[in-house]
Write a protein that binds this ligand. Sequence first.
Ligand code: 5GP
Length: 220
Amino acid sequence: MNEVIDRLKKVRKGAMFIIEAPSGTGKGTVAKEILKNDPNIKFSVSVTTRPPREGEVEGVDYYFVTDEQYDEFLAQDAFYEYVDSQYGARYGTLRSEVDSFINVGQDVLFDMDWAGARQMRKKAGKDVVTIYLLPPSIKELRKRLENRGTDSREVIEKRMGIILDKISHWDEFDYVIVNVSLEETVRKIQKIISGERMKRVRQVGLKGFVQELIKEAKED
Ligand code: 5GP
Protein backbone atom coordinates (compact mmCIF):
# COMPACT_ATOMS: atom_id res chain seq x y z
CA MET A 1 0.00 0.00 0.00
CA ASN A 2 2.80 2.43 0.98
CA GLU A 3 4.48 1.61 -2.30
CA VAL A 4 1.41 2.77 -4.23
CA ILE A 5 1.21 6.00 -2.23
CA ASP A 6 4.91 6.70 -2.77
CA ARG A 7 4.54 6.17 -6.49
CA LEU A 8 1.54 8.51 -6.64
CA LYS A 9 3.53 11.19 -4.84
CA LYS A 10 6.34 10.89 -7.36
CA VAL A 11 4.13 11.43 -10.36
CA ARG A 12 2.53 14.59 -9.06
CA LYS A 13 2.78 17.72 -11.20
CA GLY A 14 4.27 20.66 -9.31
CA ALA A 15 2.32 23.89 -8.93
CA MET A 16 3.57 27.45 -9.16
CA PHE A 17 2.48 29.51 -6.18
CA ILE A 18 2.73 33.23 -6.76
CA ILE A 19 2.46 35.51 -3.74
CA GLU A 20 1.98 39.20 -4.38
CA ALA A 21 1.34 42.12 -2.05
CA PRO A 22 2.04 45.82 -1.84
CA SER A 23 5.50 46.54 -0.38
CA GLY A 24 5.54 46.32 3.39
CA THR A 25 2.66 43.85 3.66
CA GLY A 26 4.99 41.20 5.02
CA LYS A 27 5.17 39.08 1.90
CA GLY A 28 8.86 38.27 2.33
CA THR A 29 8.45 37.08 5.92
CA VAL A 30 5.41 34.98 5.02
CA ALA A 31 7.28 33.37 2.13
CA LYS A 32 10.26 32.53 4.33
CA GLU A 33 7.99 30.82 6.90
CA ILE A 34 6.29 28.73 4.21
CA LEU A 35 9.63 27.62 2.75
CA LYS A 36 11.15 26.84 6.14
CA ASN A 37 8.40 24.40 7.02
CA ASP A 38 7.83 22.65 3.71
CA PRO A 39 10.64 20.79 1.92
CA ASN A 40 8.43 20.15 -1.13
CA ILE A 41 8.33 23.77 -2.18
CA LYS A 42 11.30 25.77 -3.38
CA PHE A 43 11.73 29.47 -3.91
CA SER A 44 12.23 30.81 -7.42
CA VAL A 45 15.12 33.23 -7.08
CA SER A 46 14.52 36.20 -9.37
CA VAL A 47 17.02 38.30 -11.22
CA THR A 48 17.09 42.00 -10.36
CA THR A 49 19.13 45.03 -11.28
CA ARG A 50 18.47 46.74 -7.93
CA PRO A 51 21.26 46.70 -5.34
CA PRO A 52 20.98 44.23 -2.43
CA ARG A 53 19.36 45.50 0.78
CA GLU A 54 21.08 44.88 4.05
CA GLY A 55 20.95 41.17 4.88
CA GLU A 56 19.99 40.06 1.37
CA VAL A 57 22.11 37.25 0.01
CA GLU A 58 23.13 36.69 -3.62
CA GLY A 59 21.49 33.54 -5.02
CA VAL A 60 19.14 33.27 -2.03
CA ASP A 61 17.02 36.43 -2.14
CA TYR A 62 17.85 37.47 -5.69
CA TYR A 63 20.48 37.12 -8.38
CA PHE A 64 21.80 40.67 -8.36
CA VAL A 65 22.93 41.64 -11.85
CA THR A 66 24.01 44.67 -13.85
CA ASP A 67 21.87 46.14 -16.62
CA GLU A 68 24.23 44.56 -19.15
CA GLN A 69 23.81 41.09 -17.62
CA TYR A 70 20.03 41.57 -17.55
CA ASP A 71 20.06 42.52 -21.23
CA GLU A 72 22.03 39.37 -21.95
CA PHE A 73 19.37 37.23 -20.23
CA LEU A 74 16.74 39.00 -22.33
CA ALA A 75 18.69 38.37 -25.54
CA GLN A 76 19.03 34.68 -24.66
CA ASP A 77 15.27 34.42 -23.97
CA ALA A 78 16.21 33.12 -20.53
CA PHE A 79 13.22 34.70 -18.74
CA TYR A 80 9.90 33.00 -18.12
CA GLU A 81 8.53 36.45 -17.38
CA TYR A 82 10.02 39.82 -16.61
CA VAL A 83 9.01 43.30 -15.63
CA ASP A 84 11.04 46.38 -16.35
CA SER A 85 11.32 49.40 -14.15
CA GLN A 86 8.68 49.16 -11.44
CA TYR A 87 10.87 50.98 -8.94
CA GLY A 88 13.62 52.08 -11.27
CA ALA A 89 14.89 48.50 -11.29
CA ARG A 90 14.22 45.48 -13.50
CA TYR A 91 13.10 42.01 -12.37
CA GLY A 92 12.80 38.66 -14.10
CA THR A 93 12.10 34.97 -13.49
CA LEU A 94 14.58 32.58 -15.08
CA ARG A 95 13.21 29.56 -16.94
CA SER A 96 15.86 27.48 -15.21
CA GLU A 97 14.23 28.26 -11.83
CA VAL A 98 10.92 26.75 -12.91
CA ASP A 99 10.51 23.99 -15.48
CA SER A 100 12.85 21.32 -14.20
CA PHE A 101 11.16 21.45 -10.79
CA ILE A 102 7.50 21.52 -11.82
CA ASN A 103 7.94 18.49 -14.04
CA VAL A 104 9.26 16.33 -11.21
CA GLY A 105 6.46 17.24 -8.84
CA GLN A 106 8.26 19.96 -6.92
CA ASP A 107 6.23 23.09 -6.17
CA VAL A 108 7.76 26.49 -6.73
CA LEU A 109 7.03 29.67 -4.81
CA PHE A 110 7.36 33.05 -6.53
CA ASP A 111 7.56 36.54 -5.17
CA MET A 112 6.48 38.66 -8.11
CA ASP A 113 4.18 41.51 -8.98
CA TRP A 114 0.77 41.42 -10.67
CA ALA A 115 2.28 42.04 -14.11
CA GLY A 116 4.50 38.98 -13.69
CA ALA A 117 1.56 36.95 -12.38
CA ARG A 118 -0.38 37.88 -15.51
CA GLN A 119 2.42 36.69 -17.77
CA MET A 120 2.76 33.44 -15.82
CA ARG A 121 -0.96 32.78 -15.98
CA LYS A 122 -0.87 33.25 -19.74
CA LYS A 123 2.10 30.92 -20.15
CA ALA A 124 1.45 28.26 -17.56
CA GLY A 125 -2.36 28.39 -17.06
CA LYS A 126 -3.51 25.68 -14.71
CA ASP A 127 -0.07 25.22 -13.15
CA VAL A 128 -0.29 28.70 -11.63
CA VAL A 129 -1.95 29.50 -8.29
CA THR A 130 -1.98 33.15 -7.27
CA ILE A 131 -2.32 34.56 -3.77
CA TYR A 132 -2.69 38.23 -2.92
CA LEU A 133 -1.91 39.62 0.52
CA LEU A 134 -3.65 42.83 1.56
CA PRO A 135 -2.35 45.02 4.39
CA PRO A 136 -4.75 45.55 7.33
CA SER A 137 -4.57 49.31 6.68
CA ILE A 138 -2.54 51.89 4.72
CA LYS A 139 -1.38 53.47 8.00
CA GLU A 140 0.01 50.11 9.17
CA LEU A 141 1.70 49.62 5.81
CA ARG A 142 3.49 52.97 5.97
CA LYS A 143 4.61 52.20 9.52
CA ARG A 144 6.04 48.83 8.43
CA LEU A 145 7.89 50.40 5.48
CA GLU A 146 9.40 53.07 7.72
CA ASN A 147 10.33 50.61 10.50
CA ARG A 148 12.05 48.33 8.00
CA GLY A 149 14.62 51.09 7.64
CA THR A 150 16.00 49.60 4.45
CA ASP A 151 14.70 52.15 1.96
CA SER A 152 15.38 55.88 1.68
CA ARG A 153 12.51 58.33 2.26
CA GLU A 154 12.38 58.93 -1.47
CA VAL A 155 11.97 55.22 -2.22
CA ILE A 156 9.31 54.88 0.50
CA GLU A 157 7.31 57.77 -0.99
CA LYS A 158 7.63 56.21 -4.44
CA ARG A 159 6.48 52.83 -3.11
CA MET A 160 3.54 54.44 -1.28
CA GLY A 161 2.65 56.20 -4.53
CA ILE A 162 2.23 52.98 -6.48
CA ILE A 163 0.49 51.04 -3.70
CA LEU A 164 -2.95 52.14 -4.81
CA ASP A 165 -2.25 51.00 -8.34
CA LYS A 166 -1.01 47.64 -7.02
CA ILE A 167 -4.04 47.13 -4.79
CA SER A 168 -6.34 47.74 -7.76
CA HIS A 169 -5.18 44.36 -9.15
CA TRP A 170 -6.32 42.36 -6.11
CA ASP A 171 -9.23 40.78 -7.96
CA GLU A 172 -6.99 39.13 -10.59
CA PHE A 173 -5.77 36.67 -7.93
CA ASP A 174 -7.19 33.26 -7.00
CA TYR A 175 -6.89 33.76 -3.23
CA VAL A 176 -6.89 36.97 -1.21
CA ILE A 177 -5.76 37.15 2.43
CA VAL A 178 -5.70 40.18 4.72
CA ASN A 179 -2.37 39.83 6.51
CA VAL A 180 -3.36 40.73 10.07
CA SER A 181 -1.23 38.12 11.82
CA LEU A 182 1.80 36.40 10.35
CA GLU A 183 0.96 33.02 11.93
CA GLU A 184 -2.63 33.09 10.65
CA THR A 185 -1.55 34.07 7.15
CA VAL A 186 1.09 31.34 7.01
CA ARG A 187 -1.47 28.76 8.18
CA LYS A 188 -3.94 29.92 5.54
CA ILE A 189 -1.36 29.68 2.76
CA GLN A 190 -0.30 26.21 3.94
CA LYS A 191 -3.94 25.13 3.63
CA ILE A 192 -4.14 26.60 0.13
CA ILE A 193 -0.98 24.71 -0.85
CA SER A 194 -2.22 21.36 0.45
CA GLY A 195 -5.61 21.83 -1.21
CA GLU A 196 -4.02 22.71 -4.53
CA ARG A 197 -1.73 19.67 -4.32
CA MET A 198 -4.77 17.44 -4.08
CA LYS A 199 -6.42 18.76 -7.23
CA ARG A 200 -6.99 16.11 -9.84
CA VAL A 201 -5.03 17.99 -12.51
CA ARG A 202 -1.91 17.91 -10.32
CA GLN A 203 -2.18 14.22 -9.47
CA VAL A 204 -1.08 13.06 -12.88
CA GLY A 205 -0.43 9.55 -11.56
CA LEU A 206 -4.09 9.02 -10.73
CA LYS A 207 -5.05 7.84 -14.21
CA GLY A 208 -2.76 4.83 -14.06
CA PHE A 209 -3.75 4.17 -10.48
CA VAL A 210 -7.47 4.12 -11.33
CA GLN A 211 -6.81 1.86 -14.33
CA GLU A 212 -5.10 -0.57 -11.98
CA LEU A 213 -8.02 -0.37 -9.57
CA ILE A 214 -10.44 -1.18 -12.40
CA LYS A 215 -8.26 -4.07 -13.55
CA GLU A 216 -8.10 -5.37 -10.00
CA ALA A 217 -11.88 -5.06 -9.66
CA LYS A 218 -12.42 -7.05 -12.86
CA GLU A 219 -10.12 -9.80 -11.67
CA ASP A 220 -11.75 -9.83 -8.26
P1 5GP B 1 11.65 44.35 -4.00
O1 5GP B 1 12.56 45.28 -4.72
O2 5GP B 1 10.91 45.00 -2.88
O3 5GP B 1 12.33 43.06 -3.58
O4 5GP B 1 10.54 43.89 -5.06
C1 5GP B 1 9.78 44.85 -5.74
C2 5GP B 1 8.66 44.18 -6.50
O5 5GP B 1 9.17 43.37 -7.54
C3 5GP B 1 7.80 43.26 -5.62
O6 5GP B 1 6.43 43.51 -5.90
C4 5GP B 1 8.21 41.89 -6.08
O7 5GP B 1 7.15 40.98 -5.90
C5 5GP B 1 8.50 42.13 -7.54
N1 5GP B 1 9.35 41.08 -8.11
C6 5GP B 1 10.42 40.47 -7.56
N2 5GP B 1 10.92 39.56 -8.40
C7 5GP B 1 10.15 39.59 -9.51
C8 5GP B 1 10.16 38.86 -10.75
O8 5GP B 1 10.98 38.00 -11.01
N3 5GP B 1 9.21 39.19 -11.65
C9 5GP B 1 8.27 40.13 -11.41
N4 5GP B 1 7.35 40.36 -12.34
N5 5GP B 1 8.23 40.84 -10.27
C10 5GP B 1 9.16 40.57 -9.33
